[in-house]
Design a protein around this ligand. Sequence first.
Ligand SMILES: [Zn+2]
Ligand SMILES: [Zn+2]
Length: 229
Amino acid sequence: MLTIASRCWLCQCPLHLAVQGICSVCLSHLPVAPPCCPRCGLPSSGGHHDCGRCLQKPPPWDAMVFATPYEPPVSGLVLRLKSSRFPEPDTALARLLLLRWLERYRGNTLRRPDVILSVPLHRQRYAWRGFNQSELLARPLARWLHCEYLPGALSRDRQTTSQQSLTERERKWNLRKAFTCHTRLRGKHVMLLDDVVTTGSTVREIGKILRNQGVASLQIACICRTLQT
Ligand SMILES: [Zn+2]
Ligand SMILES: [Zn+2]
């Protein structure tokens, strides 16, 4: 009998290889992002060059890669990833990101990172949930990209309130001094992984810390990117 792991997470059809997670038909029907700025990941008519927003106010990272816009059906899988430990679609989602990452890598708009870091949860939330969804995504990705994953490199030292209802100014204040980096990363090419990037406030805050550490380059990778500005 087929186990759930050997069925497509979206249409339930049997898969030849369980690691695929999502079948080729569903893969070809996933939402496609419009041309986006390679740096901030937001829609931009240029597509291949940094957008006006990034030229005016460069973010503390060099590139952003995401698997799909934050839309169904992948947004549903991300919610599922956060809500239950087993069975979880972590490998399927990490593979979606890998496919997009490889496209960018072959197009010479991304370099292979030396290390992968994941956005940390506060220890209380970690204890309550029992796992960090970004960690689940980072492990297979690090294996496939042959780079090191450093799960303890970052910590979230303050329990921050949900960013969703806050204004931009409040978001910045909410995240101020919320993170610490515990590892020397000077000269390293770093990938920072999050499940979803919405406003970018969290990765911006961590990005500033990593820049101050003297990282050689920083790429942000996420499963879904919210494309509204
Ligand atoms: Zn399918
Ligand atoms: Zn941009």
